[in-house]
Design a protein around this ligand. Structure first.
Ligand code: R5P
Length: 291
């Protein structure tokens, strides 16, 4: 029988424990300290030998620190097994998958090199922002989706004539999948983001959402600008309530507060990033992907 060891990094300790319970695996915790100069010291004790080792660590902010922790844990774990899988529920840098403006480094390719150099044999991630990014990592990988889990949460809600809304064309397929599992329809807004300033504008001028409850579906919320601009537009179109469903709630700075101020009734995210909005657990779908 295959034996698993789950090592939980600092950024995903709770989720790692949940995955270990589902897999009936040995759970190994990591300890870390930060020195006054900002360097980290990572300590991992009692790793069993020759099991398949699953290192669980999301790379949300502080992104580079969490990334270095992941690399360090894997590097240590390599002394105990040749089969190391990295479970990276939220994969940072996945938006930097091409040279959008001249001179930009394709960071996700650099990260792929680092992953391979420490001995990661496979990656499991959830709703990665870009499939191109996954390919550029150049490592066997599996991208699973939390859409069905998010849908289960919303199916329990009493909603008035609900409609799914994608804030942009890039999220259209996800929104369609969400809508089809809910058994309702979806629409897609046209969004423009200025690559230099990051400023967002909604280009759609009119939609028929009068008195309907809406669920804005996105893969991630970072600054909240996409959700805020979409909500302001939809409110002007006289919708009823606006809910937000996303896999990864980065919610940088005061994003949550600004989103609520824009009129969003509820933000629902998963525990790929632990936040107060993390109402949906992805431990089961990750454990199922491992088996
Ligand atoms: C964009 O393509 C993504 O799917 C998200 O809509 C975007 O990354 C969210 O970022 P922010 O919250 O900063 O608008």
């Amino acid at each position: 029988m295959v034996k698993f060891t789950v090592i939980g990094g600092d950024s995903s300790a709770d989720l790692a424990k949940r995955i270990a319970r589902r897999l009936k695996a040995v759970y190994v915790k990591t300890e870390s300290r930060v020195f006054p100069d900002g360097e980290s010291k990572i300590i991992i004790k009692k790793i069993p030998k020759n099991n398949i080792i699953l290192v669980v660590q999301s790379t949300y902010p502080p992104v580079d620190t969490n990334l270095l922790h992941l690399l360090s844990i894997v590097s240590k774990a390599r002394n105990y097994s040749s089969k190391i899988y990295a479970i990276i529920p939220y994969m940072g840098y996945a938006r930097q998958d091409r040279e959008f403006l001249e001179g930009e480094v394709i960071s996700v390719s650099v990260i792929g090199k680092l992953f391979r150099s420490v001995g990661i044999k496979k990656i499991i991630t959830v709703d990665i922002h870009s499939k191109i990014a996954l390919r550029k990592l150049n490592i066997p990988s599996e991208n699973i989706t939390a859409v069905a889990e998010l849908v289960k949460y919303f199916k329990k809600k009493k909603l008035k004539d609900p409609l799914i809304v994608s804030p942009d064309l890039g999220g259209k397929q996800r929104a369609n999948q969400f809508a089809s599992l809910m058994g309702i329809e979806s629409i897609t807004l046209k969004k423009h983001r200025d690559r230099k300033t990051g400023r967002i504008n909604i280009l759609t001028s009119k939609v028929d959402v009068n008195n309907r409850d809406l669920i804005l579906v996105d893969d991630m919320i970072s600054t909240g600008s996409s959700i805020i601009k979409s909500t302001q537009f939809l409110k002007k179109q006289k919708c009823k309530r606006v809910f937000v469903a996303c896999t990864h709630a980065l919610l940088v700075n005061d994003a949550e507060c600004r989103i609520k101020k824009a009129g969003v009734t509820e933000i629902v995210s998963t525990n790929t990033i632990p936040r107060n909005t993390s109402k949906v657990d992805v431990a089961k779908i990750i454990a199922d992907a491992v088996l």
